[in-house]
Design a protein around this ligand. Structure first.
Ligand SMILES: O=C(O)CCC(=O)C(=O)O
Length: 192
């Protein structure tokens, strides 16, 4: 499904992975990825990021995320298989994955664009979701237009073209009791 938002190229495949596979693979990803609790500086104080993160990829895929230099852990068999599946579907090559683990409704991701220079001018981001469906919020940087997409378990979201240039995205906290969700965002880091 192509979403017709201005200045964006976004597609959502809600049933990309079968529900039973998504449930099995979520449990496996929770066990097998190199999860870390990142800390960031907020108003001069070091605080825990409200989620766990893991960075896996080719050895030369170095990335600075919110100012944090990240060295990739190697691919596991599962994320390598998911990488190939997503690459074939989107007809693009990626060399790394940032994994986010939202443990409950209080875990979140603030407004940002995936527009770091190492991602290139018009990056293609392949985003797979497992577990609790969460709303993916979008906000146009110039017009302020707001959109939201529910990302179900097993969905693939593809962002390409000028999406990162014109739009920010976020996952808001929720007061509702929520189960765990894993999100894998595959990216292609350009060599230094
Ligand atoms: O969890 C999500 O769907 C969004 C993740 C995200 O924004 C990111 O990794 O940059």
């Amino acid at each position: 499904m192509n979403l017709n938002f201005p200045d964006a190229q976004i597609s959502l495949l809600p049933h990309f992975i079968l529900p039973a596979d998504a449930a099995r693979w979520q449990a496996e990803l929770e066990q097998s990825l190199a999860w870390q609790q990142h800390r960031i500086k907020l108003y001069g104080k070091q605080v825990d990021c409200p989620r766990l993160s893991a960075w896996h990829g080719d050895a030369n895929a170095r990335y600075a995320y919110s100012g944090l230099p990240l060295l990739p852990e190697p691919w596991t068999e599962r994320i390598q298989a998911l990488r190939e599946l997503a690459e074939r579907t989107a007809d693009t090559a990626v060399n790394s994955v940032l994994a986010n683990w939202y443990r409950h409704g209080q875990d979140s991701m603030g407004w940002h664009s995936d527009d770091e220079p190492e991602l290139g001018e018009r990056p293609v981001i392949l985003s797979l979701s497992f577990g609790e469906p969460r709303h993916f919020q979008l906000r146009h940087k110039i017009t302020g237009q707001r959109e939201k997409l529910l990302l179900p378990s097993g969905s693939l979201l593809i962002m390409a073209g000028d999406t990162q240039r014109y739009w920010q995205h976020a996952i808001h906290k929720s007061r509702r009791a929520m189960r765990s969700r894993i999100n894998l965002t595959f990216r292609n880091i350009q060599p230094e």
